[in-house]
Write a protein that binds this ligand. Structure first.
Ligand code: GTP
Ligand code: MG
Length: 516
């Protein structure tokens, strides 16, 4: 087989693993706002689902098994793509067949008593002479190995401009194609497990896996719907009895979640560390997937969060600067300790993303959500948990008056200046109207929930944390005005009195930056 070692994960941008070289300095390299080529959110997910339906993750002994595995798989069905990756010391190959015929062959092995799942392993075969496969049919086996966090910091250090630094950070830490595919396969595994009982089950991905702001290593948020069906069965008079009617009480939902947790824990290969968090506003099951390294959160009643992710996806496609800015701001917030992996009185990545989007609205780079609601057509009507989620979903041929004259680097400084002066004491942020409004209660920070307008997304954030956001934004603005370097925001604080201990812990955080 023809194996290509593809260590350069973003070679099209002139970065290489052996060093950073670029000819993009000083110029905006991000594409123009080409909404004509826009892929609708639903279509993007549907495409990912279809690929997952003809994909398997095969555990192998080492990368040396790739060729043998390829030849074996090729004898079952044409192989379109293979991606080799490792999770700790285990070796895996994502095999993408060209059609779902392979799925049929692999799923119905009558001697196999295991739960049918897209995760399999490659048993040692009988010794026989391998006939080398013809070069024409061999796929590229992509060896997936991203750069280390220190390499990224190095590249940023030698980058020629702030703009380049932002581009490097974005390109080298965003969720990869393989990362997205593996998450779609994890979603499919949950569907496969439950499809015997619920033939119409759908596991919808939402959150950063699909909202265009996902980092490599981000978690997979799933919402399960048992009764998903696109067909209108109003005319059908013979109706199945059902114990689940879609509208279940909180108690029923918790029972279902408990059962789901048990099923995953007991039967499903790869699932480890199942936790049931049933007291939260949205009850969830959490687990880790040892064959993909992905952390998964499953809920049953959170379709509006999926539409929220679609809204963010639409914003990301209306302003290409949005992703670069969000990646830089999230990285900065993590290093200075504004965000924290455990939930608490600090700002979340989601709220931080909303702060960035609001700032871009304020710069007239993004429309208000009200505008997106007004543009909704008849096919855009959606309701989830009684919330109206009907906004325009197809950006092709949409004309909006947006001002994209500022560079992404100017926007970074602009963001810090905007929020260091923001009157969080009295004012709230509304992405719906794209306006600063008066606060509706005494929460220290108030961001109107873009879909459920009676809620405050940042209700959890404490007064001290709000003050810290402003102080850190001021420090960042100061540092940027002094050196115009993004790495300097990560490396040291402008407070000259910062203790050595704090400095060291911050360097450790820089190392952590590119891990989840
Ligand atoms: P990561 O940190 O990369 O996982 O980002 P994420 O956007 O996926 O965040 P997370 O996994 O915490 O949440 C998943 C989704 O739930 C988000 O994208 C939002 O749609 C929704 N969500 C998260 N936090 C909040 C919140 O505080 N309020 C509301 N209304 N929705 C939230
Ligand atoms: Mg998430």
């Amino acid at each position: 087989a023809n194996i290509t070692f593809d260590n350069v994960i973003y070679s099209s941008n002139n970065f290489s693993k052996n060093g950073y070289s670029t000819n993009i300095s000083g110029k905006e390299t991000i594409p123009d706002n080409k909404t004509a080529q826009f892929i609708k959110f639903d279509d993007m997910i549907e495409e990912g689902r279809k690929v997952a339906q003809r994909s398997y993750v095969v555990q192998v002994n080492s990368e040396n098994s790739c060729i043998e595995l390829h030849d074996y798989c090729q004898s079952i069905c044409t192989v379109e793509n293979m991606f080799y990756y490792r999770v700790k010391d285990d070796h895996f190959v994502l095999v993408e067949f060209s059609n779902s015929e392979a799925a049929h062959k692999l799923s119905f092995d009558p001697n196999n008593l295991a739960v049918v799942s897209p995760f399999i392993w490659f048993r040692t075969g009988k010794k026989k002479k391998l006939v080398p496969s013809s070069v024409n049919v061999s796929p590229l086996i992509n060896i997936s190995q991203g750069p280390t966090e220190l390499e990224i910091i190095e590249w940023m250090t030698v980058a020629q401009s702030l703009l380049d630094e932002m581009e490097i950070l974005y390109q080298s830490t965003k969720l990869s194609q393989l990362g997205f595919k593996l998450r779609m396969i994890c979603a499919r595994q949950v569907e496969m497990m439950l499809s015997g009982l619920f033939p119409n089950i759908r596991a919808f991905p939402f959150g950063s896996t699909v909202n265009s702001f996902g980092k490599e290593g981000c978690d997979l948020d799933l919402v399960l719907r048992y009764n998903f069906s696109q067909e209108n069965s109003d005319d059908l008079r013979l109706v199945h009895h059902s114990k689940i009617n879609g509208i279940s009480s909180r108690g029923q939902t918790q029972r279902q979640m408990e059962l789901l947790g048990d099923l995953l824990q007991i039967y499903v290969p790869g699932v480890i560390g199942v936790k049931r968090i049933l007291g939260a506003r949205v009850p969830i099951i959490k687990y880790s997937h040892e064959f993909t390294g992905v952390d998964v959160d499953i809920s049953l009643t959170n379709m509006s969060a999926m539409y929220m992710s679609e809204l963010l996806y639409i914003f990301a496609h209306l302003d290409p600067a949005a992703q670069r800015l969000v990646f830089s701001i999230k990285a900065w917030a993590k290093v200075v300790g504004l965000t924290n992996p455990s939930p608490g009185r600090w700002i979340t990545n989601f709220s931080l993303t909303l702060l960035v989007l609001f700032y871009l609205q304020n710069e007239r780079r993004l429309p208000s959500i009200d505008d997106l609601f007004k543009l909704a057509g008849p096919n855009d009507t959606r309701y989830a948990e009684e919330i109206n989620c009907s906004f325009i979903r197809d950006l092709r041929n949409v004309r909006l008056e947006l001002d994209h004259s500022k560079t992404t680097a100017e926007l970074l400084l602009g963001f810090f200046n905007f929020y260091q002066n923001f009157d969080f004491n009295n004012k709230a942020i509304s992405l719906c109207s794209a306006k600063i409004i008066n606060k509706l209660d005494y929460s220290p920070m108030y961001i109107v929930n873009p879909l459920d307008r009676n809620l405050n997304v940042t209700k959890n954030v404490s007064l001290e944390e709000v003050e810290r956001i402003r102080v850190e934004a001021r420090n960042a603005a100061w540092a940027l005005e002094t050196s115009s370097r993004l790495v300097d925001l990560f490396r040291s604080s402008p407070e000259s009195l910062m203790s050595k201990r704090k400095y060291i812990s911050r360097m450790v955080m820089v190392k952590d930056l590119f891990q989840t």
